[in-house]
Ligand binder design. Structure first.
Ligand code: NAI
Ligand SMILES: Cc1ncc(C(=O)O)c(C(=O)O)c1O
Length: 309
């Protein structure tokens, strides 16, 4: 049974994940190689906790469900039943972490990666007990989005998948087991198909970025939260989909490299909110207001979708 969890990497994903797991009654040790990330994560816990309160997720009993921060990797993983690796999306950075923890953890400790899409089979090459490694792909913001993909690599033991799926369920989250270890798994294959077309349309001047967001959020996003793509096909009619896809599929972006607009921005360190500019610009005040507003709206929508509105 999983009770003690170590999170390695406290950037965008780590703090919300720590807060949500602790809210589920688990003992979390949170580690990052960068002291500044630890301090930032510490300061974000309170914000995440108030969002969890607004979601109506009951606090655990006294004495369980804590987050402790540490700057010592050995201390973080000591006695852990599960380690969630949450470092940047780069195989060699992740492999360094697996090598570093290999001799520090018990042979039955499960090592999960929050990778956005590196096949688990590739990550397993860098660990001594590959049967205990599994993909556990959360979605951002991790304390609000309930769905988590669970992915087995070629060498993952079926029991490891079952243990992680049951853990996710036991704290009131929604596991989806992906049946094949394809790059990007399912969520990001679908998201990146949408993002490739969206970036292409803006890049070709078909639409302005603000209008693209209005079109997708109000035309597609709003209904897709209620009616998933497979159900949407039935609602629209497969005959319609057949007719439209017969000419439209061939016209959709099929570029297999990174779009020039994205390269131009990333080369100029325009990464989005984290650097103050990306597709749009953000002052620190705007960022704070935006994050609060987004959290409020996501909480409200989730409560309605769960029938608790
Ligand atoms: N940003 C997103 O929306 C999502 C990201 N992911 C995945 O989660 C993982 C983490 O992503 P982010 O949180 O966005 O990255 P990030 O870049 O915001 O944070 C990564 C953190 O890892 C730390 N780190 C780097 N090397 C380390 C090491 N050797 N030991 C301990 N800490 C180390 C960094 O100091 C940083 O705080 C990636 O695999 C990413 O693809 C998954 C779902 C959504
Ligand atoms: C742009 C982007 N890329 C990856 C992810 C992920 O789930 O890994 C997300 C996300 O929203 O969680 C994302 O927005």
């Amino acid at each position: 049974m999983i009770q003690r969890i170590a999170i390695i990497g406290l950037g965008t994903m780590g703090p919300g994940m720590a807060a949500r797991l602790a809210r589920g009654g688990l003992q979390v040790a949170a580690y990052d190689v960068a002291p500044v990330a630890i301090e930032r994560a510490r300061s974000m816990l309170g914000v995440a906790d108030s969002v969890l309160d607004a979601l109506g997720i009951a606090p655990p009993q006294a004495g369980v469900g804590t987050v402790r921060f540490t700057d010592d990797l050995g201390d973080a993983v000591s006695g852990a039943d599960l380690i969630i690796e949450n470092v940047p999306e780069n195989i060699s950075v992740k492999a360094d972490v697996y090598r570093a923890i290999d001799s520090l953890i018990a042979s039955d400790t499960i090592v999960a990666s929050d990778t956005s899409g590196i096949p688990i089979t590739k990550l397993q090459e860098h660990i001594s007990h590959p049967e205990r490694m599994v993909g556990m792909h959360w979605s951002n913001p991790p304390h609000i989005i309930p769905m988590i993909e669970v992915i087995a690599g070629e060498k993952t033991a079926p029991q490891t998948v079952t243990t992680i799926r049951d853990l996710i369920r036991s704290i009131g989250l929604l596991p989806v087991v992906v049946k094949k270890d394809v790059p990007g798994f399912v969520e990001n294959r679908v998201l990146y198909a949408l993002l490739r077309e969206a970036v292409d349309l803006v890049e070709r001047g078909v639409i302005d970025p603000e209008d693209l967001d209005t079109c997708v959020s109000w035309g597609i996003g709003y209904k897709i939260a209620v009616i998933g793509p497979m159900a949407l096909l039935d609602m629209a009619g497969l005959d319609i989909y057949k007719s439209v896809s017969s000419f439209l599929n061939a016209d959709l972006s099929n570029r297999d490299d990174v779009a020039p607009m994205v390269l131009e921005k990333t080369n100029a360190s325009k990464f989005g909110i984290k650097s103050g500019e990306g597709m749009f610009s953000y002052t620190p005040e705007q960022t704070k207001a935006l994050q609060g507003e987004r959290a409020r709206k996501l909480v409200a929508v989730r409560r309605i979708l769960e029938g608790r509105g």
